[in-house]
Structures are given as structure tokens and as C-alpha cells.
Write a protein that binds this ligand. Structure first.
Ligand code: AP5
Length: 213
């Protein structure tokens, strides 16, 4: 099964993809996490991507498409995956479709997580992420048991440099302009399901599992 989680910054894509991948036995592929890993390793892609990410802009399509196409050819994705943060433009969606067609594969479901802008700003302003396993926490909605420490792997929690209020506003605007057209794109292909992302983390998880099953 191949699933795309679509939704604005802070909609809960990472939170839900982590838990769904465990329940459904799928590999979680996050374009943002892959880019941050490139940054930590100081690769050419990581250095180039950082300038765009800090400003809340999208990294150029050709760089992202190459990175994801390479990832979805790896042997561990044999039983399927959840794409989190990719595609984000119509060009990325078309390239993905073509790459999958060449392998005789297709996307089964695209789950669009719907959350209001005000809620997104509240969520991203209070988000902390584990440096080791990338598990997101929220200082009010889902705080860690020990402050500054990940419940899952004891890793150190940090705040992302693109979670500043200026970058968050930009990211939400960029989503509206460049990613929103994907709702129509996948709707026309009959693969889109929309889910209310404003319930509790557990409620949203149940809705998502129901929607993609
Ligand atoms: P990326 O890392 O993908 O960030 P994003 O899409 O902006 O999404 P986030 O990770 O910020 O939010 P999320 O939806 O995963 O929410 P989360 O689960 O953490 O991309 C970063 C940058 O990389 C982009 O801006 C771009 O520059 C570049 N990039 C990446 N992919 C690209 C692409 N394809 N093309 C071009 N550039 C690309 O949850 C947020 C918070 O809310 C957490 O604190 C969480 O605990 C809390 N929370 C979650 N669910 C709930 C709930 N139901 N109720 C209350 N709180 C909740």
C-alpha cells in the first residue's frame, strides 16, 4: 500500500505517519526529515536546501524529486510506504506518478488532513522534536514525560529553525499557493480522502486509519 499524507505545516502529518506506519507495517518517508538529515551530514543538497527551508520556501522540485525517487527504490519499501511532505507541487506529483508507472505501481490513497490556520500557528509555536527519532511533541497538547527528553528513545528535544513565527506564516502561505492544487489533482484521480485534523491525536489517527483502509 502506498499512501500520501497531505496537509499544511503543523497539520500532524509527522505525528500520524509515525504511528500509522507502525500499525499498518509501512515505511514512513518524510521529505523534511530526509532534508534535515542531509543538512546534518553537510551534503551539497543539505547546504542548498537549508537556505530555502529557513525562509519557509519550497526546495526546488528537481532536487526533491531525485531524492524521493532514489528513496522509493530502496528494498525496505517493498510492502509499501507513507509519504509525508511529498509531493508538494503538481510537478512533483506528476513526476511521482510517472516514476511509479515505470515500476508498475501507483498511489492507493491520498489523505488530506484539514486544520485551520490559527490551530497550525498554535501547534508549530509549541512543537519540540526529538533529535534522534524525530518524534514530535507539543508543550501543551502532547508534552514529553520528562522535559526536554523524548519518551520513545530518550533523545534530546529541540525546536526547528523554521518554526519561528515569521517562517510559519510564510510556510502556510506557500502551502496555499503551491500545494493546495494537489487537492484537485488527486480528487480527479479518485484517490483523495479528507480528514478533520482538529480532534485529539488519537481521534485523527482513527479517522485516518478508517479513511485509508
Ligand atoms: P516538513 O518537515 O515536511 O514540514 P511541514 O510540511 O511544514 O510540516 P511539519 O513537519 O511542520 O508539520 P506536520 O504536519 O508534520 O506536523 P507535526 O506532526 O509535527 O518540511 C520542512 C521544509 O522542508 C519545507 O518548508 C520545505 O522547505 C522543505 N521541503 C520538504 N518537503 C518538500 C517538498 N516535497 N518540496 C519542496 N520542499 C520541501 O505536528 C505539529 C505539532 O502539533 C506537534 O507539536 C504535534 O505534537 C502537534 N499535534 C499533532 N497533531 C495534533 C492534534 N491532533 N492535536 C493537537 N496537537 C497536535
Amino acid at each position: 500500500m502506498r499512501i500520501i499524507l497531505l496537509g499544511p505545516p503543523g497539520a500532524g502529518k509527522g505525528t500520524q505517519a509515525k504511528s500509522m506506519s507502525e500499525s499498518l507495517g509501512l515505511v514512513h518517508i518524510s521529505s523534511g526529515d530526509l532534508l534535515r538529515d542531509h543538512q546534518n551530514r553537510g551534503t551539497e543538497l543539505g547546504v542548498t536546501a537549508r537556505d530555502y527551508m529557513k525562509k519557509g520556501l519550497l526546495v526546488p522540485d528537481d532536487l526533491i524529486i531525485d531524492m524521493i525517487e532514489e528513496r522509493i527504490k530502496m528494498p525496505d519499501v517493498e510492502f509499501g510506504y507513507i509519504l509525508d511532505g511529498f509531493p508538494r507541487t503538481v510537478q512533483q506529483a506528476r513526476s511521482l506518478e510517472k516514476a511509479l508507472e515505470n515500476q508498475g505501481e501507483r498511489i492507493d490513497k491520498v489523505a488530506n488532513i484539514v486544520v485551520s490556520d490559527q490551530e497550525l500557528i498554535t501547534r508549530l509555536g509549541g512543537r519540540w522534536i526529538c533529535r534522534q527519532c524525530q518524534q514530535p511533541f507539543h508543550e501543551i497538547n502532547s508534552p514529553p514525560q520528562i522535559e526536554g527528553q523524548c519518551d520513545t528513545c530518550n533523545g534530546e528535544l529541540y525546536q526547528r529553525e523554521d518554526d519561528t513565527s515569521e517562517a510559519v506564516v510564510k510556510r502556510i502561505k506557500v502551502f496555499g499557493e503551491q500545494t493546495n492544487p494537489l487537492i484537485e489533482y488527486y480528487s480527479k484521480r479518485g484517490t483523495l480522502v479528507s480528514v478533520d485534523g482538529e480532534g485529539s491525536i488519537e481521534q485523527v489517527r482513527e479517522s485516518l486509519i478508517g479513511a485509508v483502509s
